[in-house]
Write a protein that binds this ligand. Structure first.
Ligand code: GLN
Ligand code: ZN
Length: 768
């Protein structure tokens, strides 16, 4: 029979138990043994959910991040943290948390996901929304094995009588994920790194471990010959240790690395089999006959039920051919999906039928296994039930709205383009707004105090009447406008007090979305996100922001920016339907946002900002696929934005500074103004403008909102002077990096006051 297994289980807990335990510990309200006990308890529960598998994973549990765990396992701690005591003891977690969080950590939920400098650098794990701590390398980096934590997890599973498959990140992926801090070539460290991996595998074999899962997801990316060579070196070196290696790849197809992956001297290969029948067929032909082939047949990153009958039909001949060489698993670690659908009490019953979270996915695997081993009759009922759900989803009127589909089909070029080019618009807009040079504005949100959050919560739970709620939020809008007028900003915002989250707010108002109660997935450390479930054709049944913005505009003579989230960001931060292309779904959202933009314009709103905070993170793993993504993503933005008249000014905002490689696409959005994050990179980002003449207006953020520090006038003047070397002053705006919702008014007031003073000084200098 086939072997069924799992690459990793979510560790945060059904009800985010790990998050709460961690935060309690960080606040000093619990002891280390108490925290360890919660962790052990969670592992016990998670293995129990996997007990029908032939192997359970161990080592997939982490207190913060599995890459940081690898750094500790391999004894690779950045120098600046070596001063923290207890480095080599397995008892103290404090050094670990110091590397993870720095010393004065703040939880930023502005959507920008940054942290203080003193903490280890964090970045996105491949093309997921999970963030890992970047390993650091130097020429003299020395590795040493610290296996205690991994061994303890293995020991715990064994004691509970599980057949354990330890999970570790492969040496090449580990190096590839890290950064050299002294310009040395990190591949040079491979030999000494392999010493430690050998030692580890040796140790695992002595512990009676039969199979080790070694993750090398780099194999689905474009690799230079140097990296491909490193892979060969590594696995030739590790092949003689008496433990079997299952080399796992996920998140994409192997493509040009397929042959390499088949040839590496390991005992088994796991590949992503979703939508990948062709590659699977090739691997079956190419894989040496002594090797195991593990197919990732259940989507480990999305929440839809698998079509089991379809899978079975495909797998039957595969199984006949491979027999016990066939292993089956989810496509990747289940870290990226919520834990258990059964926790959901409020989800719409029809929609719930279409979903599958981690626990359910492993049950799907079991049904497939039973059917292959004993025949489909053995699981007749399960297969019929699955079929019912799949058909219900294919045919539901909640999902399929002919008028939405036909609207997308009839998108014309006219809808994608502004009426006139930027230079013409700029003149019309200058006449309308008469803004000074270096105009000042903010990105959208103002501080969200505990009171505001509480009011929103009470309203949500029905403890506060709508009229009372509206009154309180209106008060808040009024307050933020007063503050802005007192400060003397040129273009105002309403402050977003009514919004909990920039995507969720729109998801709740659009048709085609639903929301889970406990559908949390880990974003980084203890921080989780609960992505909206985008299940159907998207439409807007009523205006979403117009009343708020109209109200805000009625309180001031200054222009008030209408504030929207863009289609690409809404798409990228949701669990998205898999029954049509992402582009198609994105165009549907774009049309809904377009309607809102036009309604705002109708209501007299003269400036509209459409945030695309997540545009960059949707880039595919392979560069060769970037253009395809950018083509439809930029088009979607243009559909949303470009229906307006010349005199309406469109802004967009992005919270990152690395866009050198996509600057042309960003210019292609043709927003009149773009605001971006730059203050922390000291305007380095603007280097790109030496080579590329950015055509429209730009506000390089001069105030780092991720830090409580109040930037000085001089510092901001200097940043803007640097910017004006590359971008003509007439096209520069003055603004913070991002929204201010995580800050306090006491910080925001002096910071903005300094920012406005900086703009004033620059204007004076400009006129002279
Ligand atoms: N307008 C949003 C805000 O100010 C933008 C947030 C973001 O870019 N992450 O909060
Ligand atoms: Zn931002």
């Amino acid at each position: 029979m086939p072997t069924i297994h799992n690459l990793g289980f979510p560790r945060i807990g059904k009800k985010r138990e790990l998050k709460f335990a961690l935060e309690k510990y960080w606040q000093g309200h619990s002891s280390q043994p108490e925290l360890e006990e919660v962790a052990a308890q969670l592992r016990r529960q998670h293995w129990a959910e996997q007990k029908h598998l032939d192997f359970v994973p161990a080592g997939d549990f982490s207190f913060y991040d599995q890459v940081l765990d690898s750094s500790f396992l391999l004894g690779n701690i950045p120098d600046q943290f070596k001063c923290v005591e207890d480095f080599n003891t397995s008892h103290s977690l404090d050094q670990y948390f110091t590397v993870a969080r720095g010393r004065s950590f703040e939880d930023h939920d502005s959507g920008c996901r940054h942290q203080d400098l003193s903490a280890g650098e964090m970045t996105k794990w491949f093309d997921t929304n999970y963030h890992y701590i970047v390993p650091e390398f130097r020429t003299n980096t020395h590795f040493s094995l610290n296996p205690q934590r991994l061994l303890a997890q293995i020991e715990q599973a064994k004691k509970q009588n599980y057949r354990v498959k330890p999970v570790i990140i492969g040496p090449i992926t580990y190096l590839w994920l890290g950064k050299s801090r002294d310009k040395s070539d990190r591949i040079e460290l491979l030999e000494s790194l392999l010493d430690v991996y050998s030692e580890l595998l040796q140790l695992l074999s002595e512990q009676g471990i039969e199979w080790v899962q070694i993750d090398e997801p780099v194999l689905v990316t474009e690799l230079s010959e140097q990296w491909r060579h490193a892979l060969r070196t590594a696995y030739y070196r590790l092949q003689n240790i008496p433990v079997k290696i299952l080399l796992t790849t996920y998140f994409g197809k192997l493509q040009e690395n397929l042959r390499l992956a088949c040839e590496l001297p390991v005992d088994g290969l796991h590949i992503n089999a979703l939508d990948n029948e062709q590659e699977v067929a090739k691997v079956i032909d190419w894989l040496p006959s002594q090797k195991v082939l593990s197919l990732g047949i259940i989507n480990g990153r999305n929440i839809w039920k698998s079509d089991l009958n379809h899978l079975l039909k495909w797998l039957k001949p595969v199984y006949e051919r491979l027999q016990e060489r066939l292993w089956l698993a989810p496509s990747c670690s289940l870290l990226h999906v919520p834990v258990d659908l059964n926790s959901e009490q409020k989800l719409d019953a029809e929609i719930k039928d279409w979903l599958s979270f981690a626990v359910q996915k492993l049950q799907e695997l079991d049904v497939i296994n039973q059917a292959l081993t004993h025949g489909a009759d053995k699981v007749k009922q399960e297969l019929e039930e699955n079929k019912r759900c799949i058909v219900s989803r294919q045919q539901s009127e909640r999902i399929h709205k002919p008028q939405v589909k036909s609207r997308v089909a009839s998108i014309t070029d006219d809808m994608v383009n502004r009426k006139s080019p930027y230079t013409v618009r700029a003149e019309v807009q200058q006449k309308r707004f008469k803004l000074p040079v270096y105009p000042t504005t903010t990105i959208g949100s103002f501080p969200q105090t505990g009171d505001i959050r509480q009011v929103r919560r009470q309203y949500r739970n029905g403890q506060l009447a709508e009229t009372d709620y509206l009154k309180i939020i209106q008060q808040e809008v009024k307050r933020s406008i007063n503050e802005q007028e007192k400060l003397g900003l040129d273009v105002l915002v309403h402050g977003e007090a009514e919004r909990n989250d920039m995507v969720e707010y729109f998801g709740e108002l659009l048709d085609g979305f639903d929301f889970s109660q406990f559908g949390w997935v880990q974003s980084y450390g203890s921080r989780c996100v609960k992505p909206p479930i985008l299940f159907g054709d998207i439409s807007r049944s009523e205006t979403m922001t117009v009343e708020w913005i109209k109200y805000a505009q009625s309180l001031t003579d200054k222009p008030m920016k209408g504030m929207l989230t863009g289609p690409v960001t809404i798409l990228n931060w949701s669990f998205v339907r898999d029954d049509q292309s992402r582009a198609e779904t994105c165009f549907q959202i774009a049309l809904a946002i377009r309607d809102e933009v036009l309604d705002l314009e109708q209501a007299g709103i003269s400036i509209i900002q459409i945030d695309e905070a997540a545009l960059r993170e949707g880039l595919p793993l392979r560069k060769s696929q970037w253009n395809d993504y950018l083509d439809w993503a930029i088009k979607a933005f243009r559909i949303a934005a470009n229906g307006v008249q010349d005199e309406t000014q469109i802004h967009t905002h992005m919270c990152y500074s690395e866009f050198n490689d996509i600057i042309e696409a960003i210019a292609g959005m043709d927003a009149d103004v773009i605001t971006i994050e730059t203050s922390r990179s000291d305007m380095e980002l603007l280097d790109v403008f030496d080579k590329f003449q950015y055509p429209n207006e730009i506000g390089p953020g001069v105030y780092d909102i991720h830090s409580p520090n109040i930037p000085s006038v001089a510092a901001m003047v200097e940043l803007l002077q640097k910017a004006s070397i590359r971008i003509p002053a007439q096209r520069l705006w003055v603004n913070p990096d991002c929204g201010l919702k995580t800050r306090q008014w006491d910080e925001v007031r002096p910071a903005l006051s300094n920012m406005i003073e900086a703009a004033r000084q620059l204007r004076t200098a400009f006129q002279v």
